[in-house]
Write a protein that binds this ligand. Structure first.
Ligand code: PGA
Length: 252
């Protein structure tokens, strides 16, 4: 982890959680965060949209920030079932994940679509967390760095800066599988991402690049110690405060 970049530990609850089950988890997180009046990292939970309002009010005044998991590129209009970045902001979100591999795969989101959504997030005043990552076939075919270059170059919003954009490197084969790349592999990809950012942005050294994919309490310290890793995007292990907190603890 770098001194110049403030780490971000982000939880992605995906399609999990009802008011009854999510409330005590967020309350517990807020309570634990409250024991650290001067946290050295940012803490974020991205609940399903139905829980946004409730979670925002529970987290109010604490170090725990709330974000969305996806947004539509447009501000409003005839898009049944979709939610705009402005609506997320209105509900109290401060961040929005875009281009998660589950959205790229389940909803056919191309780099161009991801870029438009990231631009919508910036337009609404949200911080975009842009996800990139290779599949197992791509890794085994030695295509990882090419795929990452393509995604970084084509998914990043115009106007991206270190203060409004975060990158999350999530190898698709590591998500929800319990498998993680070696620290050397993570270091290679993160260094590659930072090099790509260098040719695209003026303040690229300050952009946070998170690692995601089967991060848990038992491997977080090792992963967070890798050069150019500025935090984590956590799925399964973010659902319970007792599992998420040890990951936050690596940098708080
Ligand atoms: P996981 O998910 O931690 O359950 O592997 C990570 C993610 O999809 O962001």
């Amino acid at each position: 982890m770098s001194k110049q970049r403030r780490p971000l530990i982000a939880g992605n609850w995906k399609m999990n959680g009802l008011v009854g089950s999510a409330t005590p988890e967020l309350q517990e997180l807020v309570k634990r965060a409250g024991d650290h009046p001067d946290p050295k990292c940012d803490i974020l939970i991205c609940p399903p949209a139905t829980l946004l309002y409730e979670m925002v009010s529970l987290a109010e005044g604490s170090a725990v920030k709330i974000g969305g998991q996806n947004c539509h590129a447009n501000e409003s209009g005839a898009h049944t079932g979709d939610i705009s970045a402005e609506m997320l902001k209105d509900a109290g979100a401060e961040y929005c994940i875009v281009g998660h591999s589950e959205r790229r795969a389940d909803h056919g989101e191309s780099n161009a679509v991801v870029k438009a959504k990231a631009e919508a997030a910036l337009r609404a005043g949200l911080i975009a967390i842009v996800c990139v990552g290779e599949t197992l076939v791509e890794r085994e075919g030695d295509k990882t760095l090419d795929v990452i270059s393509d995604q970084v170059r084509n998914s990043l919003p115009g106007g991206a800066t270190a203060s409004n954009t975060v990158i999350a490197y999530e190898p698709v084969w590591a998500i929800g599988t319990g498998k993680t790349p070696t620290p050397e592999n993570v270091a290679d990809v993160h260094a590659h991402i930072r090099k790509e950012l260098g040719s695209m942005m003026g303040d690229s050294d300050s952009v946070r690049v998170l690692y995601g994919g089967s991060v848990k309490g038992s491997n977080a310290a090792e992963l967070m110690a890798v050069e150019n890793v500025d935090g984590a995007l956590v799925g399964g292990a973010s659902l319970k405060a007792v599992d998420f907190w040890p990951i936050v603890s690596t940098c708080i």
